[in-house]
Design a protein around this ligand. Structure first.
Ligand code: ADP
Ligand code: MG
Length: 562
């Protein structure tokens, strides 16, 4: 096909382009970070394919990214010798957004610059950020292993369509040329580019080069010379003391495609029976597709610094799917596949170590920075609540991280840790009481609480959809068992004196006739009628039977058609 073709962008791309250009104006320089990040990924992918097929590297073995500029023409060019793309890949990658849920996500954008900027940040800006500074973008690319005449040229003004045509390309990889907008010409400048690269891309593990400024000499043609401007060693391999907070943050943005800095991280090197380095991050904000089954999750896997897999899900449980990071193993084979990874005993032992590491990191955050922990909890608490069922071996540890509303603190902040509850327990109390419902306001006025309030017993108030499920997998904390105060068997009399118990028995005896009459009248609707010790004001309350489903679970199952 020797023809030049014009194709339209997918609708979502058009929308994203439009919103991005308008809302990210004050962060314009991130375009370079995104393009360098892609170039670095492309080199990682090539290095990986070359493990099986070493001749892919032979024409040009030193992987690097070159950034050049032409102040007169007002252009900036990013050139890599990575994997490149063929025609189909160009159309798919630079014409569509494949991520599911994108359409719904874009609908949330409002036109408010600040708000949209942070939403787009959560989504990840990527290649299209080139159009923040350029009114025309040209991509020339050739996939590794293809002949010189198999190059592809893509151009677009970022408006609704792009062109694509075959070209000769002598070098492997991708070259992206940005024709800068009138008000963005300042980026065609060596100092500016160097500064941006140092700021955003110092952590990239491969050389990023700028042209050497040359003195023009009359009798000589200037030769092409390049100098490396970043540290060019994989960040996680450096000693912690050499890595700045900014480096850690920028590295996170590179691997996560997130726009915001992470909340916290843990960088560890393990030696001994197994050798690996892990760098794990907790994001500040949940991605829009946290509850989408197909959303990308997992770590970036390297083996001896060679990139192997993105989104390796095998190293963390699902309830920690919000964690981003890198694992670099010295023991796994370079030619490992997802399937083999799944079956390897090494994987399991790394997984359980990393799980502990994340839980420890969260514990530390909760202890040292309670405010940041509260924001973590607001974003990811519901996901963590999946933990006790998925990972019984860490149940106690996870329980320690949970936060709830309670009758002691019912402002809706979800700030009560089980440890706090236990510290406040009354003399003689050996149970942790809780009540599940649809909303905090409904819970606060529940008649189930009357007796507990009167006795000064704290009750946890649980209103997340997953809470009943959670509580069915949490049996005890700190040796104290959990009791649902709306369930048959929740006994308030344990703490009573002999006298009080006697008075209650007498009261029950007195009401015997009434109980019998009510039992008859409600025969088909309830399994039993009893005199309650839980009420102080309300005349009656419905309790859930010992083995029965609670209202939340019933709703979930009904919604699932069961
Ligand atoms: P992301 O990096 O999050 O996948 P981008 O929008 O940045 O999203 O890039 C989209 C896709 O385009 C990449 O996943 C990659 O397949 C392809 N791509 C972008 N830049 C390059 C490049 N320099 N070399 C090869 N492929 C690239
Ligand atoms: Mg990218």
């Amino acid at each position: 096909q020797a023809e030049k073709q014009t194709l339209g962008f997918q609708t979502e791309v058009k929308q994203l382009l439009h919103l991005m250009v308008h809302s990210l104006y004050s962060n314009r320089e991130i375009f370079l970070r995104e393009l360098i990040s892609n170039a670095s990924d492309a080199c990682d992918k090539l290095r990986f394919e070359a493990v099986q097929q070493s001749d892919l590297l032979s024409e040009d073995a030193e992987l690097r990214v070159r950034v050049s500029f032409d102040a007169q023409a007002g252009t900036v060019t990013i050139d890599d010798n990575g994997i490149g793309m063929n025609r189909e890949e160009v159309i798919a990658n630079l014409g569509t957004i494949a991520r599911s849920g994108t359409g719904e996500f874009l609908k949330q954008l409002t036109g408010d610059q600040k708000q949209d900027a942070s939403l787009i940040g959560q989504f990840g800006v990527g290649f299209y950020s080139a159009f923040i500074v350029a009114d025309e973008v040209e991509v020339e690319t050739r996939r590794a292993g293809e002949a010189h005449d198999q190059g592809v040229r893509w151009t677009s003004r970022g408006e609704g369509e792009f062109t694509i045509e075959p070209v000769e390309k002598a070098t492997r990889g991708t070259r992206i040329t940005l024709h800068l907008k009138e008000d963005a010409k300042e980026f065609a400048d060596g100092f500016r580019l160097r500064h941006i690269i140092r700021t955003y891309s110092d952590h990239i593990g491969l050389p990023i080069e700028l042209p050497v400024e040359q003195q023009a000499e009359d009798d000589q043609e200037p030769t092409e010379a390049w100098e490396v401007v970043n540290k060019a060693s994989a960040l996680w391999t450096r000693p912690k003391s050499d890595i700045s907070q900014e480096d850690y943050e920028e590295f996170y943005k590179h691997i996560s495609h997130d726009f915001e800095a992470p909340l916290t991280w843990a960088h560890n090197k393990v030696e001994g029976k197994q050798e690996y380095t892990s760098l794990l991050y907790v994001p500040k904000r949940a991605p829009f597709d946290l509850y989408n089954r197909d959303a990308p999750k997992g770590l970036k896997l390297y083996v001896q610094r060679v990139f192997i897999l993105d989104n390796a899900e095998q190293f963390l449980p699902l309830y920690l799917r919000f964690v981003k990071g890198v694992i670099d193993s010295a023991d796994l084979p370079l030619n490992i596949s997802r399937e083999i990874l799944q079956q390897s005993p090494l994987t399991d032992s790394i997984k359980s170590a990393l799980t502990k590491r994340v839980l420890d990191m969260l514990e530390k955050l909760a202890k040292n920075k309670p405010e940041e922990y509260a924001s973590f909890w607001a974003e990811f608490g519901e996901v963590l609540k999946e933990g006790p069922s998925e990972d019984p071996s860490n149940r106690e540890k996870i329980a320690g991280l949970l936060r709830f509303d309670s009758t002691h603190d019912d402002g809706g902040k979800k700030a009560v840790a089980l440890k706090d509850y236990v510290e406040r327990m009354k003399e003689g109390q050996d149970k942790i009481y809780y009540l599940v419902g649809d909303s905090l306001s409904q819970l606060k006025s529940s008649p189930h609480l009357e007796g507990f309030r009167k006795k000064g017993l704290e009750v946890l108030l649980l209103s997340d959809r997953i809470d009943e499920w959670l509580m069915s997998h949490l049996h005890e904390f700190d040796g104290k068992s959990f009791v649902d105060v709306a369930r048959e068997g929740a006994d308030l009399t344990e703490l009573d004196s002999e006298e009080e118990k006697k008075a209650q028995e007498e009261a029950a005896e007195e009401k015997k006739a009434l109980v019998e009459r009510l039992s008859k009248a409600l025969e088909s609707r309830v399994s039993e009628v009893r005199v309650s010790t839980h009420l102080t004001e309300s005349p009656a309350v419905l309790m859930i039977g010992q083995g029965d489903l609670g209202p939340q679970m019933r709703k979930i199952l009904e919604a699932a058609g069961q």
